[in-house]
Design a protein around this ligand. Sequence first.
Ligand code: PBG
Length: 335
Amino acid sequence: MTQFQPASFPIARPRRLRQSPALRRLVRETRLSAEQLVLPLFVRPGRKIRQPVGAMPGVFQLSVDELIKEAVAAQTVGVNAVLLFGIPEKKDSLGTGAYAKNGIVQRAVRELKKEIPDLLVITDVCLCEFTSHGHCGMIHSTRYGKTVANDSTLKLLAATAVSHAEAGADLVAPSDMMDGRVAAIRSALDQKGFLEMPIMSYAAKFASAFYGPFRDAAESAPKFGDRRTYQMDAANGDEAIREVALDVHEGADMVMVKPGIACLDIVWRVKEAFQLPTAVYAVSGEYSMVKAAAANGWIDERAVTMESLLAMRRAGADILITYAAADAAKWLAEG
Ligand code: PBG
């Protein structure tokens, strides 16, 4: 029988720091807080409307009065910011509802800022909810078929951002993925005197199947084709860095990566490369998958949601945009 021989050097024992909840809390590297959360909300015309979105349990299309209630409830549990999407009464080929002075988003912003001035109101700047064809800009024909015309769309996006600023938005977030949109929006805002209006660009936005349920929520599914001529190919990481670099060069104050859980490598690279406030959008499909599995009793909704948000923070995200923001804030308060 050989005798137990202590190793000449002690074996590594990382488990020492995992022995009790207090020890684990002490050495925790990444933390979540409600202040980092942004809640996306959908606003539509009407009164007393709270229309459930089929593919997104717990998400509603809200009339302005109901939107205020929802925003107050979110703020009460600690959510700091909302991101607004609008569903207009009428759609047309130029998406005029997006930049109408009295459009649905503009009205919602005015009411929100009047009722809850300290809640940060971010507006999504895009045309797809407002165009009859469901694309993010004006359509033209090319030798490859019909697609969104880049430069003529820039004017409409700039007009949209300015109209949101005039309504009192705190921050504008262009999500269209046209080339040059940040520069166009920046210069239009500056010309109108909104020099201090920050831009959070959806800088690395992939053409993702995870957006499926959103198009149901925002009634913005493209009527023909897809968004692959403007949103990025999911295979491309280096290109994402180039896209973000362009937006930063054009004046983006904050950048966003989207979708979330499928893009944590991009989040990491973007934060490393630019050290800007970096947001990640946990998109509709991510939310719906958790909801569906939880409804079947297959996963623990709270644990999976919080682990996913933590993973985004660990990857480098400063700001987390999630449909679960109010739930997450509540769970954080419960400890
Ligand atoms: C508008 C926009 C979309 C999302 C955010 N802004 C839809 C799209 O690009 O098709 C997706 C959000 C989500 O899936 O939760 N362009």
